[in-house]
Design a protein around this ligand. Structure first.
Ligand code: GTP
Ligand code: MG
Length: 138
């Protein structure tokens, strides 16, 4: 079984969508093996998204991620990284396939409800940034 890191973003926690989004993960066969609600500082959001530091939307992205609580999660399952990205849908909700989280819930390309790791190395790094081994309960 593989593990991936997920965030329910501020636009979704603000609209009280945590349970509806978690239902999508569970219906897809992903198990939530760690979960916590936290409010990032802008500096912490900036550290998490530092790969995007050169992008024109970086400052807006960091402001957004610090604008309300997030739910940080570890999802476990068969091919969890790619399965999660499938359930999330395309970055821009206008391009997201029907039934995906972003198609149903995202407000815009920036405020797009969820984050999911894109590869095994980033998944491991992102899980370790938010959780200790003791908090992962498979
Ligand atoms: P993540 O799972 O959040 O990493 O999304 P992704 O992998 O589908 O997209 P990507 O890594 O390319 O971008 C990271 C995040 O930056 C996106 O999820 C959006 O929240 C934000 N983002 C991407 N493109 C834009 C944009 O054009 N404008 C704004 N405001 N935000 C953007
Ligand atoms: Mg990404």
């Amino acid at each position: 079984l593989e593990r991936t890191f997920s965030i329910i973003k501020p636009d979704a926690t603000r609209r009280n969508l945590t349970g509806k989004i978690n239902a999508k993960f569970e219906e897809a066969g992903l198990r939530i093996v760690a979960q916590k609600r936290i409010h990032l500082t802008k500096a912490q959001a900036g550290e998490f998204y530092k790969v995007h530091a050169a992008r024109p939307f970086y400052d807006e992205l960091c402001e957004f991620m610090a604008s309300a609580p997030i739910v940080a999660q570890v999802l476990e399952g068969e091919d969890a990284i790619s399965k999660n990205r499938e359930v999330m849908g395309a970055t821009n909700p206008a391009d997201a396939a029907e039934g995906t989280i972003r198609a149903e819930f995202a407000e815009s390309v920036g405020e797009n409800s969820v984050h999911g790791s894109d590869a095994p190395d980033t998944a491991a790094e992102e899980i370790a940034y938010f959780f200790s081994g003791l908090e992962l309960v498979g």
